[in-house]
Design a binder for this molecule. Sequence first.
Ligand code: FAD
Length: 494
Amino acid sequence: MKRVAVIGSGLAAISFILQLPEEIQVIWIAGEGPGLSNSYLAKGGIAVSHSIDDKYSHLTDTKLAGAFLGNDAIMKEVTFGSEEVFHWIEQQGIHFDKNPSREGGHSQNRIEHLSDQTGKFLVAHLWEKLRVERKVILLENHFALELLVQKGKSIGVKVGDAAHEKEMDIYASATVLATGGSGNLFERNTNAVGANGEGIGMAFEAGAELEQMEFVQFHPTRLYDPAGRRNILVTEAFRGAGAFLCNTKGEDFMKTIHPLGSLAPRDVVSLGMYHQMDKDNVPFLQLNFSAVKEEVFQRDFPYLYNEVKNEPYFKLGWIPVTPAAHYQCGGIKVNASSETQLTGLFAIGEVACTGLHGANRLASNSLLELFYFGSKLANYLPNTLQKSGELWRSEPKPLPTTFPQLSIYIKEVNGLMWHHFGILRTQEKMKLGLNRLKELKQDILSTPHMSIEKKRLLNRMTCAIQIAQSALLRIQSLGCHQCLDDGMDKPIHQ
Ligand SMILES: Cc1cc2nc3c(=O)[nH]c(=O)nc-3n(C[C@H](O)[C@H](O)[C@H](O)COP(=O)(O)OP(=O)(O)OC[C@H]3O[C@@H](n4cnc5c(N)ncnc54)[C@H](O)[C@@H]3O)c2cc1C
């Protein structure tokens, strides 16, 4: 029997498993489940270029957004493959709205969407299809803790069963990491609770190479919510429909920064907002939606409309917004077949660095990327897969679930990442931040008793330290890595 262990339950994992031939046994380590993934939260949609002219323009937009740091061959392969992805999704019984919208950095309307909750609808539909059509061994509320390596090869994964306070080894001839990004490491972020960079941490510890970890994309418009109760993203498509960012005088300040104004690439808008908030000494900026007719707001952005319609600012025609950590552009280094440097270990989705995004992801290229490579790997993997042994797991051993000091450590790490590795970095702040992260990791290691939460936290710490180290190594500002003391007059925007 050929066996694959799949870790994560976002769209990368779901679409990959759906396309994997039935004769391959799948052990699925699903963590918190798809409802708590970034996939579920995706709002805007998926970038698809249908005509040949638009494919070239999509490719150019991708290169420009990524500050020409992306891999040319991969960028072409994926943008030109976007129509194939679109057809595959439609063949699964999903029908896009067919009025493509525009998002930051795109020179054309090419974002295919399902109202303003594309991710939620895609996850619900494909998860249900998978549940009905594909036999898998589904391990819910189980978390990958460590990758098992023997003689330089990945042989499976150590897993914690949080409900039963146990851990066990899962054996497979291939392991596919689809654990998503790391935005949740930052104090202000748009991400789901599962996006903690654990997959990155595990892969690094197992010997896989990471790449471009310094490029953390900050989304310009998360709803400003001082109480922190609501994590609501104001989709870029809303700016595509006419909303624009204002300073305290009500001026469209982005127009003076970039020809695309509020629809400039995300790194440009977030940095512009950062400076403006500093200048005006305010914790948020106004997103003026006076140019969006109420019926259009209600019809095209029903989720957002319902969330803000009763707020006092709504009547004034604006929404308070702030930039927040959103997307991990780098990740585990993979080749065009999603293979990592470690034999038998594969990575797809946000956890992987394929070379598509370069220094900054073009909006809505991430759903495209995960569907594209999920499908490609499902076709490629069966031919390369060795037979696995009969035994698929070891005898479970007791391991407590909780780590009492968890929230204290998480709070400090979140603050460090936001203040020392946020939108505008300095060498001094980064050095201080990195030292403190390393101290914290040692501190955690020195606490008594091991537990599932503690092992997960250590993987997060590894990821945070890797972001910090990569950021320190890149002296010059580029894409979403912006450094104040890089010796340049102003940050580089291509
Ligand atoms: C608010 C928001 C809006 C977005 N909108 C768009 C958009 O419109 N278009 C677009 O292209 N992109 C968008 N993105 C980005 C996009 O949604 C993500 O990049 C993409 O969905 C990632 O999919 P994934 O399957 O790789 O990871 P995820 O969907 O994040 O899934 C990862 C899964 O792995 C699980 N996991 C993590 N660690 C472990 C572990 N140790 N053990 C077991 N399981 C684990 C998590 O719990 C989670 O279920 C958006 C992101 C956010 C946050």
